[in-house]
Design a binder for this molecule. Structure first.
Ligand code: HEC
Length: 477
């Protein structure tokens, strides 16, 4: 059973990009909300214990508001992720809900606690004692971090399902090989973001003099010291990744490698500044510099998330669902039955398709390619196939997983493939060519031959077949 779900067409943007953009903004806001909770606790404690008298201004002032804003926007973009992902890949999100039902429920419980604690502090902190306020902030920070804890298990499972592939046990899936390194890594990112935004906020509090500002900034910078552990955790995370994904990141895919380098470079720059400047030399940091560092942190987050999402290719959940929502075990059947034979949804992203074949081809494109490609916008098929003649297109698409190992195998009939090519050629002709080309038996036989040669398994990276890879990954823990 491989049901067809409606997917949305985002015009010149591709669904994968829209998804990544929403996810990056969400992750950034949500991680700040978690780190903000920790920083607020620390400053509340500094104020209460008389270690720093101006810390109270910080806790009760802008920073509190920022944390709340990020937390409200974080929640909204979180809903945005659900909203987008069902339009992009319902099968993926379906699998995540199906396998981790109670984990989601647990996560939402902590989220509710976070909402209640945050609101109580916001509304009543003036009437409450210092101790109660610290308890509320502690509760907020704990609940926020716990929601990270739970969601982290589900997200890391997508890339490193580990022995879950064999056991299907909830614990194996949740505490998968990527769980701990990514949890620790993300926690450090949360604290760093909060510290940087803290530095900006200190700069704009009007009633503080320079030395008071400097002292607060140096305090906030304490939250950046765990960055020292980042190289170690990053290395651990890379090691937990499957071999092929790691090879994309470390050079196999230029785009992925570029984003990885951006992420590492920006983190290094922030880390060195924080440690050398703020921690050892107790420098002052002005609003502009802090803002610049924050932008770099956004770049690092964006790069990191892009790499995490990108290195899962050709899967959204490794060995479970391909990026286009098709399951590996269904490819062989779809080659016989056709991938759009049961697709009831009319083509709305093209008008005036000249023939039934070209319309079928547009549906094939939507079902199998549109998540990572557009026809003429981002990662455009028309450009990528620009220099290929018709036969080259037939062969390279029939052998899709060999053409580029981060693409899934083609999952349709020879006729569907030929229709896809007619559709591509029609778009290439600026949507002018009007003829309905008959498909010859000979063409179909040639395509079938190439499809058979490619097989239905995903690419064989590093000479290891993926079923063997799945078994090995499964037993490696
Ligand atoms: C998992 C995402 C994904 C899916 C699904 C996918 N592709 Fe790709 N494809 C890519 C990426 C990434 C590239 C590399 C683009 C580049 O090199 O700039 C690529 C490259 C290509 C190329 C150029 C190959 C070359 O050697 O230069 C073609 C042609 C192509 N894809 C066609 C398709 C078609 C047709 C489909 C659907 C049947 C499809 N792709 C499905 C991600 C995908």
């Amino acid at each position: 059973m491989n049901p067809v779900y409606p997917v949305n067409d985002y015009g010149p943007l591709m669904p994968g990009l829209v998804m990544a953009a929403v996810a990056i903004v969400h992750v950034f806001l949500a991680q700040f909300a978690v780190g903000g909770g920790i920083l607020l606790c620390y400053f509340q404690w500094l104020a209460m214990t008389g270690r720093n008298t101006t810390a109270r201004l910080f806790v009760n002032g802008y920073f509190k508001i920022l944390v709340l804003i990020s937390f409200v926007l974080g929640a909204m973009t979180g809903v945005g992720i659900w909203f987008t992902s069902i339009q992009v890949s319902a099968p993926t999100i379906g699998q995540m809900v199906f396998n981790f039902h109670w984990i989601w429920a647990t996560e939402w419980t902590f989220f509710s606690l976070e909402v209640v604690a945050g609101y109580c502090f916001y509304r009543y902190h003036n009437q409450l004692t210092d101790r109660t306020n610290l308890t509320l902030l502690g509760l907020y920070a704990f609940a926020a971090w716990m929601s990270l804890f739970w969601i982290n298990g589900i997200l890391s499972w997508q890339l490193t399902p580990g022995s879950w592939l064999e056991t299907h046990s909830l614990t194996d899936g949740f505490f998968n090989p990527g769980f701990w390194p990514s949890l620790f890594f993300r926690t450090i990112v949360c604290m760093t973001l909060a510290a940087l935004i803290g530095c900006i906020v200190v700069n704009v509090i009007p009633s503080l003099d320079r030395s008071e500002k400097q002292e607060l900034i140096n305090r906030a910078a304490h939250l950046m010291t765990p960055m020292l552990a980042m190289p170690l955790l990053g290395g651990w995370y890379l090691l937990s990744m499957p071999e092929d994904s790691r090879s994309w990141v470390l050079g196999g895919s230029p785009a992925m490698m570029l984003f990885f380098m951006i992420s590492v470079g920006a983190s290094l720059a922030i880390g060195s500044y924080a440690l050398i400047g703020l921690w050892f030399q107790k420098l002052y940091i002005n609003g502009a510099t802090a803002t610049l560092l924050l932008f770099m942190a956004f770049g690092a987050t964006a790069g990191g998330e892009f790499v995490r999402e990108g290195s899962r290719k050709p899967y959204t959940i490794r060995h479970v669902v391909y990026s286009n929502g098709i399951r590996p075990q269904d490819v062989a059947e779809l080659r016989r039955r056709g991938c759009v034979a049961d697709d009831p949804f009319p083509v709305t992203f093209e008008s005036k398709l000249p023939s039934a074949n070209i319309e079928l081809g547009a549906k094939v494109f939507r079902r199998q390619c549109a998540v990572c490609h557009t026809m003429e916008g981002a990662n455009a098929i028309v450009h990528l196939t620009g220099t290929w003649d018709t036969d080259q297109m037939r062969m390279n698409i029939a052998k899709l997983q060999q053409t580029k190992p981060f693409m899934p195998p083609f999952a349709g009939t020879a006729k569907e493939l030929e229709c896809l090519i007619q559709y591509i050629r029609w778009v290439k002709s600026k949507r002018q060519q009007n003829s309905d080309e008959d498909i010859s038996q000979e063409t179909l036989e040639r395509i079938t031959h190439w499809l058979d040669e490619a097989g239905t398994e995903p690419a064989d990276v590093h000479g290891v077949s993926t079923s063997a890879m799945a078994a090995r990954e499964g037993s490696s823990r």
